[in-house]
Ligand binder design. Structure first.
Ligand code: FE2
Length: 147
């Protein structure tokens, strides 16, 4: 039902809101060989995440619900595991990111399925686009890890 879809979209939004900070954490605290490459890539990811947060929140509003717009509530419902402050090496950052991206794909696909059940082609289309982008990101992370 529509409420289940909206609740799932808000959970997704909360996850991406926390990811926005987590991607900055890695961007700032990265150490080692490959720094320049992954530092720049993480900036691309958090910029992309900012666009996704805005698009999802506005879609939720267009569907007649309030988006999660405070971090306290986001932290209560997120499934994202944040990192402590401090140095993180490239291999560890890529390993953690890969797990996160696999989760974003899983999360997006669940919403596509729920949206399809509701006949909500717009939401299904938005999240199908995310799956496409994330699967490309996952391939690239796996390629980068094999150096
Ligand atoms: Fe920066």
């Amino acid at each position: 039902m529509k409420q289940e879809l909206l609740a799932k979209m808000n959970a997704y939004l909360a996850n991406q809101e926390i990811m926005y900070i987590k991607l900055h954490n890695m961007h700032w605290n990265l150490k080692g060989n490959g720094f320049f490459t992954l530092h720049a890539k993480l900036e691309e990811y958090y910029d992309q995440t900012a666009d996704i947060i805005d698009e999802v929140a506005e879609r939720i509003l267009a569907m007649g619900e309030l988006p999660v717009a405070n971090l306290k509530e986001a932290l209560e419902i997120t499934k994202v595991k944040e990192l402590p402050d401090g140095a993180i090496n490239i291999a560890e950052a890529v390993r953690i990111l890969t797990i996160d991206v696999e989760y974003w794909i899983h999360d997006s696909k669940e919403i596509v399925e729920l949206a399809d059940k509701e006949g909500d082609v717009v939401t299904a289309d938005i999240f199908t686009g995310y799956v496409k982008e994330y699967e490309k990101t996952l391939w690239m992370l796996k390629a980068f890890a094999q150096n």
